[in-house]
Write a protein that binds this ligand. Sequence first.
Ligand SMILES: Nc1ncnc2c1ncn2[C@@H]1O[C@H](COP(=O)(O)OP(=O)(O)OP(=O)(O)O)[C@@H](O)[C@H]1O
Length: 301
Amino acid sequence: MSLEVSHLCKNYGSQKALDQVTFSASPGRILGFLGPNGAGKSTTMKIITGYIGAESGNVQVMGKDALANPKEVSPLIGYLPEKNPLYQDMYVKEFLSFAGGLYGLSGSQLKSRLAEMLDKTGLIPEQHKKISQLSKGYQQRVGLAKALIHDPQVVILDEPTTGLDPNQLVEIRKLILEVAREKTLILSTHIMQEVEAICQDVVIINKGKILAADSLQNLQSGNQQSTLFLETEEELQLDWFSTIGKVTFGRKGPNEIQIQVSDPNAGRKAILGVVSDRNLNLVNLSQSKKNLEELFREITR
Ligand SMILES: Nc1ncnc2c1ncn2[C@@H]1O[C@H](COP(=O)(O)OP(=O)(O)OP(=O)(O)O)[C@@H](O)[C@H]1O
């Protein structure tokens, strides 16, 4: 694990903003940090990145104690804050060069990192423009390039796609997916479709408490009943499958059935057994996935 957060507590006056927050993130995967407004997402990000302290708890970044040694840990983290604070009067290249200098980059090292970042984030044609002249999507690219300039291992993006038009959204998501191939990436958002589109792991926080922390796949398949759908070229009979689970016809008519099972793997095997024994021609065997939005409402209700 490159990021481990355990039992983190933070108070703002009498308000408990974080209450025993615990989760971890691994390289090569995108963790969606999901919660409604005021849930504690930004507070958690700010503590991990050393912007603010915590009452208690532990944050380990690449095995280093981030709360005790924020200066040592800061270069290991790239952070794009929610409001993406950029110096609007600076030119793109000038700003990124300044940001690299803050992490001690200079000379040929800075030059090659700059070239790489401008290329990776698609900013080469815009590099000589003032930041204030860029569209919101391109300003987000500058924020991302700034977060990555010092080649951090852990990248934290706080609501990076808010306010982008659909084209920019697709572009920025593509960029995030590319970055995540080599890094540990945490993406804070309250857009559940975003998590479904690009995240492998999900942490759900509400009112400062972690309500779920698991892979998206596990969360969507759930621990309870799953629904399997079987479609064949032939018409089906419900009683062929009645020993496997609760079976009903699907929406497509007599060629499709849906079966409620508690163990989807065993259910699939048993269904395929019937298909083979009865010499049926399989068209589709699939499992319904819970919509993350439904799941979120279920968990936070
Ligand atoms: N500096 C502060 N002083 C007092 N209360 C604060 C401060 N910062 C955050 N809070 C409160 O802490 C709670 C968590 O806020 P936080 O910004 O972490 O939520 P969030 O999940 O990032 O929300 P959003 O999605 O709206 O950005 C909120 O109730 C907020 O009002």
